[in-house]
Design a protein around this ligand. Structure first.
Ligand SMILES: NC(=O)c1ccc[n+]([C@@H]2O[C@H](COP(=O)([O-])OP(=O)(O)OC[C@H]3O[C@@H](n4cnc5c(N)ncnc54)[C@H](OP(=O)(O)O)[C@@H]3O)[C@@H](O)[C@H]2O)c1
Length: 265
């Protein structure tokens, strides 16, 4: 089977890293199923990809904080005769308010969006990949998973789950031809900090810390094709991760409390 007959489901395809993934995969001949809430953006991207790369490109608008969304996406794919060979679990955001001051539905939505939905999408698609003997799954974790924890944010914990569960599933599935990679970017130019409300702080960080989405995607896609279960893209990010990981928990905690520019609480 070639890329031309394979389909990639990309969540969060309406902006940033997800859009870059859709473009990268379409350029390689993959058909696409694009998911996010903003249907207008998805439709514009789908039209661009069909025109530029002559690939099939379907759109399914869904809010992944809705527990019914993962089943609805996969049911839609089945009805349309689409077989998911590649899953890019990318949709995500970070909250920016203190834990005790954030209403539970907001926190539950973050967990549904970045923990439950990607896990359910893997569960609903990995069995078919395994039966067919080929599949690729990229889960967007973050350098945050290897960094000191940030006060009150669920984000570090959520992205740590993503990094670890990706490795566990990779161990289970790799013997069956299915590779799972946790892609762990550092600061990447996208709408992430606009959504988080931290654009002003983020803009003051040195340029050397930042990557473009297409660099992150290129390295992440090469990693999953090569069967690497964890990919930290960019030299600076690799240095940060390898410098922080060996530190004792107590010291990481102090660093997280003092150095994290987005800390609150
Ligand atoms: N940018 C960074 O510095 C950075 C660093 C490390 C990791 N990451 C991770 O990379 C991933 C992509 O982030 P990005 O930087 O590309 O951010 P972005 O530009 O803000 O894009 C986020 C994407 O997620 C989608 N999304 C958000 N909430 C959703 C919901 N409830 N239902 C469906 N889709 C939803 C958005 O689409 P709609 O708004 O249209 O729904 C959008 O397409 C995230 O998982 C993020 O945690 C980012």
């Amino acid at each position: 089977m070639t890329a031309n007959s394979r389909t990639a489901l990309v969540t969060g395809a309406s902006a940033g890293i997800g859009t870059a993934f859709a473009r990268h995969l379409a350029a390689q001949g993959y058909s696409l199923l694009l998911v996010a809430r903003r249907a207008d953006r998805l439709n514009d991207l789908a039209a661009e990809l069909r025109d530029t790369h002559a690939v099939r490109c379907d759109v399914f608008a869904a809010d992944l904080t809705d527990p019914a969304a993962p089943a609805a996406i996969v049911d839609h794919a089945t009805l349309q005769g689409i077989q998911i060979d590649v899953l890019i679990n990318n949709a995500g955001l970070s909250g920016n308010t203190a834990f005790t001051e954030t209403p539970w539905p907001t926190l539950a939505g973050e967990i549904q969006l970045m923990v439950t939905a990607p896990t359910e999408l893997m569960h609903r698609t990995a069995g078919g990949m395994r039966e067919r003997g080929w599949g690729r799954i990229v889960n967007l974790s973050s350098l945050a998973a290897f960094s000191p924890p940030g006060a009150s944010l669920l984000y570090t914990g959520i992205k740590s789950y993503v990094a670890l569960v990706s490795q566990s599933l990779d161990m289970e599935l790799k013997p069956h031809g299915v590779h799972v990679t946790a892609l762990c970017p550092g600061f990447t130019h996208s709408e992430f900090h606009d959504v988080m409300g931290t654009r002003d702080t983020a803009s003051k960080l040195p340029g050397i810390l930042w990557q473009e989405p297409d660099e992150v995607v290129r390295e992440g896609w090469n990693a999953v094709m090569a069967g690497k279960p964890v990919c930290i893209p960019g030299t600076v990010n690799k240095i940060v991760a390898s410098g922080v990981r060996p530190l004792p928990v107590r010291l990481q905690y102090v660093l997280g409390r003092t150095l994290n520019p987005f800390k609150n609480g």
